[in-house]
Ligand binder design. Structure first.
Ligand SMILES: [Zn+2]
Length: 324
């Protein structure tokens, strides 16, 4: 029995796993023939083990000829970006978003030894064949995901530097989800790691700061575009809102880009929206010329408010309606 239990509710009815029971140590099998037959009995064991583990954490592995594609358990994956290949004597994992193999295995409750069909004693004997039941009997902390449906890109938002050069692009898909990429000469890099982060429509933001015009800081690109269509300068950041008490997804560079500006934070009317707006207001106090938090007078966000025919002057100011 595994002596370390992982977090998460225990499933009541673990399915029987397919891994055959090997001798505890293959090196104890003397005969070459016996060892060979043991090997062939184990062929594909690592591949099956990974596939089972992916299934058990609802990463939805889908079969292809010599590999499976699944949601990657190590990052917030909405498109299947993890490939598991069947190789002689072992399996190979490749996350196309760039997750480290060890991180992928760890998210499945597995270790590097689990990539191999044959146990490699003594490490393997002591741990490896405990790993599958361990995964089988606990649920991953990974949240459940909706069944995969064909997604359609319904919006593309370009994030550019002050000269207008594209740094990254965020796409909105229907059913609603987002993905981001950095355009590269060879195609798309599906991670923003190492990429400079900027506020949405940074050139317009910097111009408004210089001119002393109001900048409406919204929650998401859809709200931002809707506020812009009212004829004012609006912006957002790519990372989204956070729950009260959670680590802010606001970066110091965003504050720097608003240095000296007059900022109106338009929050969503929910707990995350309020927490986010006031956290950001706190960040901006010392750098902006003025900060005001407002909420929509109608609906759940700026988009609803404007779609109802209200204007930017109809937002409801919070904290005594004064720029503080
Ligand atoms: Zn990944």
């Amino acid at each position: 029995m595994p002596n370390v239990r992982r977090a998460g509710p225990v499933t009541t009815d673990p399915a029987p796993h397919k891994v055959i029971n090997p001798p505890t140590d293959i090196t104890k099998i003397k005969s070459t023939d016996a060892r060979a037959s043991f090997r062939s009995a184990l062929a594909g064991a690592a591949f099956d083990r990974l596939k089972d583990a992916l299934e058990s954490v609802e990463c939805r592995p889908r079969d292809h000829v010599s590999y499976v594609l699944a949601l990657c358990p190590a990052h917030d994956d909405r498109e299947p970006s993890l490939a598991v290949y069947r190789k002689p004597g072992r399996a190979r994992v490749v996350c196309h978003a760039g997750c480290d193999d060890v991180a992928v295995l760890a998210a499945l409750g597995l270790g590097v030894a689990d990539l191999f069909d044959e146990p490699r004693a003594p490490y393997a004997a002591s741990r490896r064949f405990q790993s599958v039941p361990q995964v089988r009997t606990v649920r991953s902390v990974r949240r459940r995901v909706a069944p995969l449906e064909p997604a359609v890109v319904v919006g593309a938002y370009r994030y550019a530097d002050e000269t207008g050069r594209t740094l990254y692009v965020k796409e909105r898909l229907e059913p609603k989800r987002f993905r981001q990429f950095v355009p590269t000469p060879g195609g798309r890099q599906w991670t923003l790691n190492g990429t400079r982060r900027v506020l949405y429509r940074l050139p317009e933001v910097l111009e408004a700061v210089a001119d002393g015009r109001l900048i409406f800081l919204c929650e998401g690109e859809k709200d931002t575009e809707s506020v812009r269509s009212a004829g004012v300068v609006a912006t957002t950041w790519t990372d989204g809102a956070w729950q009260p008490g959670a680590a802010p997804k606001w970066r110091p560079e965003y504050s720097e880009q608003l240095f000296g500006g007059w900022v109106v934070i338009v929050r969503d009317r929910d707990r995350a929206g309020r927490a986010t707006a006031w956290d950001v207001a706190g960040e901006l106090r010392s750098v902006a010329a003025g900060v005001q938090v407002v909420r929509p007078a109608y609906g759940k966000d700026a988009f609803d408010h404007l779609a109802a025919g209200l204007g930017v002057s109809d937002f409801i100011a919070e904290e005594n309606g004064e720029l503080v």
